[in-house]
Write a protein that binds this ligand. Sequence first.
Ligand SMILES: *Cc1c(COP(=O)(O)O)cnc(C)c1O
Length: 377
Amino acid sequence: MSHIPFNKPYLTGKEVDYIYEAVKSGKISGDGMFTKKCHEFFEKKYGFKKCLLTSSCTDALEMAAILLNIQEGDEVIIPSYTFVSTATAFVLRGAKIVFCDSRKDHPGMDEDKIEALITDRTKVIVPVHYAGVSCDMDKIMDIATKYNLFVVEDAAQAVESYYTGKDGVKKALGSIGHLAAFSFHETKNIMSGEGGMLVINDTRFMERAEVIREKGTNRSKFFRGEVDKYGWCDIGSSFLPSDMIAAFLYAQMENIDSIQKKRIALWNKYMELLTPVHDKFSLPVIPAYATNNAHMFYIVFHNLEDRTKMITHLKENGVNAVYHYLSLHKSPFYGPKYQGGELPETDRYTDCLLRLPMFYELTDEDVNKVVDTLMSL
Ligand SMILES: *Cc1c(COP(=O)(O)O)cnc(C)c1O
């Protein structure tokens, strides 16, 4: 019996050629030819003010926390239903994490619950565009303006997805907050195994971001010939990837349109087949202001028991479906420190959400099989 994995990284075919080119060029450390190509591609296509490739989205979030001068006791509002890096990047700087519950209709943070969490120590809001579906950014940016806060978009899953606000302008996710972080981990739509990117939309942070990414030195200025020697100017770390990673990523980016077309077709097929028949679970909701980049297809069961039975049933039939995100406010690390209230929607997604196989090489036949298996329990 054929087995359907949960994820399979897709190769466009050009990755190894471009890595070979990077190696032959003689410069394979960071900020080589392919890194520049990647920066230009993203800045042009999505209207990001400045892009800096990093070794991971986690790195990009850590850079954001340094850039925003997060100090001991500063408060950062993030959803509890997210990947740990959204929190750890700020915890490393001594921040107190204030967790926001998820929406009823979507695992993203409930924008209407943010304002009640703000204190005079609040510094940053980090919306996570879960499954590549935008948070209501007008609401979040208005709150940030009102209380003078920064917004860092965790756009790890949100490449090639958009938000249309009150002004009717369609903006790429990652172009709205002061800063944004993307991931190119192999489970994401376009990837380089491990990889990430910091987007800087607020020009005040541009110069310092380059320094922090280069171990606290002004080496980037030196390479551009803007200073004759470089030295130690600030705190920082080594956040930049080798140009071989950028070469791999560039091969993926060149094919982003065909990758997205295929993923969206598969997502729509799931939706079409499941819409008439879902009574055991609910289907994803895409708000009118958001687009769908088909990062993920998830379903939400009515209780933990139903989900557990289904995972076993799928596994017995050769389908690997997985769940993720255990409420961070109840985690072994942060639970004992957490002082906020109950987050019932977060806990519900923790218990009830299931991700179905979703990757470029999944076939229509595979989707049919997953749906048939789902319906046969
Ligand atoms: C994947 C992911 C990350 C981490 O990305 P890395 O590149 O693996 O560091 C952070 N936040 C969210 C929401 C993610 O999905």
